[in-house]
Design a protein around this ligand. Structure first.
Ligand code: CAA
Length: 306
């Protein structure tokens, strides 16, 4: 039976976090879904970097004849920065926010409690988490005086949804959609519709640690790191084997550097703690590299030098 896509009804989007994911989400929302975006990050420096990336990508599209100068200007004009001092109050008018801060449950819980208090009662609160329980994040939206079983508690938490984009967001065609136990069908339908408007194909996963994507990807990356640790092959031979033997665009060690080794470790810890399954135990080498501050591409050193 053919299903119809409900209208997403997002007239203005908030994006929280101007790192590589947040910036990419802001760009595809402004370019593909043509929605005005309010971009917030507590660090003005990060916002500056994010906007520089947006400008670079738009220039590239103009250079390749995929956008006219005027179209690129329109896209750029749809991205507005919320001054850091406004805090989440600056996001008050949005119909949906996508949170894309680092993989830390406590940080996300604090953020979602504030978002639920500041935003319109009907606004969707989406998280781009790669592995953290959406149900826990949804539970954090309730203040101490609101019972999760009350009508008010159910209504507040029903607006939370997982909307997991992939890096680089403008290039990767997938969004994973995850429902918390509390998520309403309306929230799910609207979030899906928004992801489709951004030009993405949507897959659905249950709210389990790592969802489908990272529950499969992270053991693969970790196994590659353990092969390196055991001296089974060089980093180049591990990566080349997977690139040329299996047609992966990047080898697993290159991909880990690309994702960020701190992010890989945070996801692996969530998987391990959430399942108690030893197959998800992070390798010692990964832990050590993160302890050394070797975080992959973003820090200039990971399994490779950049
Ligand atoms: N942002 C935006 N666009 C980028 C980009 C970036 N950071 N890096 C590359 N691109 C674009 C380029 O501009 C180029 O676009 P055009 O074709 O429009 O010119 C295109 O990607 C191809 O780039 P290159 O030719 O420079 O390089 P490439 O062919 O080697 O492709 C790649 C680069 C797309 C990153 C490719 O190597 C790839 O697909 N790698 C795997 C990426 C992947 O698996 N991502 C998922 C990671 S997991 C995740 O994100 C979720 C999680 O929860 C951890």
């Amino acid at each position: 039976m053919a299903s119809t896509l409900v209208p997403h009804g997002i007239r203005r989007l908030g994006v929280l976090g101007a790192g590589q994911m947040g910036t990419g989400i802001a760009l595809v929302s402004a370019m593909r879904a043509k929605v005005p975006v309010l971009l917030y990050d507590k660090s003005p420096e990060q916002v500056k970097k994010g906007l520089a990336l947006v400008d670079k990508l738009l220039d590239k599209d103009v250079g390749k004849g995929r956008l006219t100068n005027d179209e690129a200007k329109d896209v750029r004009g749809r991205i507005e920065v919320v001054p850091a001092e406004s805090g989440f109050k600056g996001l008050r008018d949005v119909d949906m926010v996508v949170e894309a801060v680092s993989e830390n449950l406590q940080l996300k819980e604090t953020i979602f409690a504030s978002l639920a208090a500041e935003l319109k009662p009907e606004a969707i609160l989406a998280t781009n988490t790669s592995s953290i329980s959406i149900t826990k994040i949804a539970a954090a939206t309730l203040g101490k005086n609101v019972s999760p079983a009350s009508e008010e508690g159910k209504r507040i938490a029903s607006r939370v949804v997982g909307l997991h984009f992939f890096n680089p967001v403008p290039v990767m065609k997938l969004v994973e959609l995850i429902s918390a136990l509390q998520t309403s069908q309306e929230t799910l339908d609207r979030a899906r519709s928004f992801a489709v408007a951004c030009g993405k194909t949507v897959t659905v996963s249950k709210d389990v640690p790592g969802f489908v994507s990272n529950a499969l990807l992270m053991p693969f990356i970790n196994e590659a790191i353990m092969h390196l640790e055991k001296g089974i092959a060089t980093r180049e031979d591990i990566d080349t084997t997977l690139k040329l033997g299996m047609n992966h665009p990047m080898g697993p060690l290159q991909l880990a550097d690309f994702i960020g080794l701190d992010t890989c470790l945070a996801i692996q810890k969530t998987l391990y703690e959430g399942t108690s399954d030893s197959k998800y135990r992070p390798s010692i080498l990964l832990e050590q590299m993160v302890n050394a501050g070797w975080l992959g591409r973003k820090s200039g050193k990971g399994f490779y030098d950049y």
